[in-house]
Design a binder for this molecule. Structure first.
Ligand code: AP5
Length: 217
């Protein structure tokens, strides 16, 4: 199946978890701005050095850097089969540029998917999140007794921006700068609202049912 979807939601709403599952299910590109930036930081690139100063304190990387990064990423050949954006757009200015970026590859987003969660769920999930150092699989030590990565056996580590003080800042930044993007989408795109406080499997099933009608294949 081929779809072009923008996943929107608070930190910890499950965007990365669901995107990884939908990527497997549909064989489409999963474009996570957070993952791309973390890779740039790990490689010590110019972009990575600039981005780290914002990410480490829970604020947003400037729009001009993100927009250029997304323009280049969307030009990669794997986007032809469909895509799922995770973590972009995150400001109204980014949302306003989305259409021109996707027009640049002759496409348009089918819909925005809003993953709705209450703040208590966000805090619980992020405090228990661990990421595999080797294969980047996301897991949770609250939901399961995770000692090692369930996929490759690698070491599980805390994401630096999941420290409680940084999480509080990320949630405040989300409320101030990203929540208005939901309204932008409601005015300009089809929007699917999902109760993402349910189990991972229930959320995936709700997404699958909602996305079937956008199939381009
Ligand atoms: P980014 O990596 O995008 O972080 P985020 O949006 O804060 O989202 P998270 O990755 O924290 O949460 P998620 O919704 O993916 O949840 P997950 O699936 O992991 O961005 C990081 C930083 O990069 C930003 O702060 C900013 O500085 C910068 N940045 C990125 N994009 C940018 C942009 N466009 N503009 C400017 N700056 C940008 O799930 C969380 C946990 O919950 C996991 O442990 C998971 O196992 C568990 N879980 C998930 N779903 C469920 C469920 N249904 N039930 C139980 N547990 C669940």
């Amino acid at each position: 199946m081929s779809v072009r979807i923008v996943l929107l939601g608070a930190p910890g709403s499950g965007k990365g978890t669901q995107a990884a599952l939908l990527k497997e299910m549909y064989g489409i590109a999963h474009i996570s701005t957070g993952d791309i930036l973390r890779q740039e930081v790990a490689e010590g690139t110019e972009l990575g050095k600039k981005a780290e100063t914002y990410m480490s304190v829970g604020t947003l990387v400037p729009d001009d850097l993100i927009l250029e990064m997304m323009r280049l990423r969307l030009l990669q050949p794997d986007t032809r089969r469909g895509w799922l954006l995770d973590g972009f757009p995150r400001t109204v200015a980014q949302a306003e540029r989305l259409a021109s970026l996707t027009n640049g590859i002759g496409q348009r987003a089918d819909a925005g998917v809003i993953l709705n969660v209450i703040p208590e769920v966000v805090v619980r999930r992020l405090s228990g999140r661990r990421v595999c150092e080797a294969c980047q699989t996301i897991t949770n030590v609250v939901e399961m007794k995770a000692g090692a990565c369930p996929v490759c056996g690698g070491k599980l580590v805390l994401r630096p921006d999941d420290e409680p003080s940084v999480v509080r800042k990320r949630i405040a930044v989300f409320d101030a700068q990203t929540r208005p993007v939901f309204e932008f989408f409601r005015r300009n795109y089809d929007v699917i609202e999902i109760d993402a406080s349910r189990s991972i499997d229930e959320v995936t099933e709700a997404l699958r049912l909602a996305l079937d009608r956008y199939d381009h294949s």
